[in-house]
Design a protein around this ligand. Structure first.
Ligand code: SF4
Length: 377
């Protein structure tokens, strides 16, 4: 496991209060704080030296304590539907993924200008869900808040370098889902700090309602998140509607069984007054039976939530199968018949390794990335 403790901090983990305390403590005027935050989060500087309107003395002080370590693009895959998958190399050589999903149709079927980035929170994952490429790799480490934030900044730098959507004055990414590699709520403190930077006017200024935290079911952390003032959206990766099925495919359920998870979700809903989304990956012969339809409808009604069905995207090295279109339709219609609001996710990036963790998994298996790049742009 890599040790980042000895390396200088990346300043893109600073929030406004900390930047204020730091700079005024060094004897600088408050307006320098606004300038610094502007360089970090609006102008997306890739070095302290690039912050040209900060006095040299302040830049030297910053350079003594901090180091900007931008993510390096290791690989990129572009889908015919506009989805782009990025493999980033971290300063210690570890690899993580983000996926840019341009949506023309919203979840409710309306036109949408939502441009979503699916963001990773950890290198690998400790939770070992049997269907997941990230789980297959095991856990390596938590991402620092700066490494979570820089996934969005790096996409903006990529866009600038490539001239993507250059007619658009506003940032490319306007919607964030913490649904990439890792369990976000297992990296709680860094997650909350990164969300603050995403959300704040001095940061990336992305509305809390456009930020989704997706969890496999860490009930105590859901209750903690419920106590934050921001209206972040919560999505639950359920994937099984009974403890028997969930225990089999999601080991987290043995620690936080369904009743504990659902009552934490109710607490979240009560605190925020917001609807929760339930994500349900359909895996052939594992969680597609009529008893799951029945149980899922009870949970969905109890939470008054919408259910998003996702046909399984097969992963190399995992012997699980995608169900037939008929099975997906039968499951969806069964829920619908029982009064549940249900959608089947419009698939994105089916011609690339869009399921999270796949691109990294392939890269680790093939030590020569330049050969393995395949369809990458
Ligand atoms: S589904 Fe999520 S929690 Fe489960 S192993 Fe994959 S990344 Fe971890």
């Amino acid at each position: 496991m890599s040790n980042l403790a000895d390396t200088p901090r990346d300043p893109r983990s600073l929030n406004a209060d900390e930047a204020e305390r730091l700079l005024t403590g060094w004897g600088h005027k408050s307006y320098r704080v606004t300038q610094l935050l502007g360089w970090l989060y609006k102008k997306r500087a890739d070095s302290i030296d690039a912050m040209s309107d900060l006095p040299q003395g302040l830049r030297d002080q910053l350079a003594d304590e901090f180091s900007l370590r931008p993510l390096e693009l290791a690989r990129e895959q572009s889908s015919r539907d506009g989805t782009v998958k990025f493999l980033w190399r971290l300063p210690d050589g570890e690899l993580i993924e983000s996926v840019l999903i341009p949506a023309s149709i919203g979840r409710d079927g309306s036109q949408s200008n939502r441009r979503t980035l699916c963001v990773s929170s950890q290198v690998g994952c400790a939770y070992g869900c049997t269907f997941c490429a990230s789980g297959l790799m095991g856990y390596k480490r938590n991402l620092a808040a700066s490494e979570i934030v820089d996934q969005v900044l790096a996409v903006e730098r990529w866009r600038l370098a490539k001239g993507v959507d250059s007619h658009r004055p506003e940032p490319l990414v306007n919607n964030i889902v913490m649904m990439g590699m890792g369990e976000p709520l297992a990296n709680y403190d860094n997650l909350i700090r990164a969300l603050e930077i995403f959300n704040s006017p001095w940061g990336l200024n992305i509305g809390a309602r456009k930020i989704t935290v997706s969890t496999s079911g860490l009930a105590p952390q859901i209750r903690r998140l419920a106590e934050t003032p921001q209206q972040y959206h919560l999505a639950i990766s359920l994937h099984g509607a009974t403890d028997a099925v969930r225990d089999k495919i999601m080991p987290v359920n043995r620690k936080y069984p369904l009743e504990e998870l659902i009552s934490a979700c109710e607490a979240y809903q009560q605190a925020k007054g917001r609807m929760i989304w339930v994500e349900y990956i359909l895996i052939d012969g594992v969680n597609t039976g009529p008893e799951q339809v029945e149980a899922l409808s009870c949970l969905a009604k109890r939470l008054q939530c919408k259910v998003n069905l996702i046909p399984y995207n097969p992963v190399d090295g995992i012997e699980l199968k995608r169900p037939s279109d008929e099975t997906v339709a039968r499951f969806r219609d069964g829920l619908h018949h029982l009064g549940v609001r249900v959608t089947v996710r419009t698939e994105k990036g089916t011609d690339i390794d869009a399921a999270c963790g796949q691109l990294r998994l392939k890269s680790e298996k093939k030590p020569a990335p330049s050969q393995a790049l395949g369809q990458a742009g």
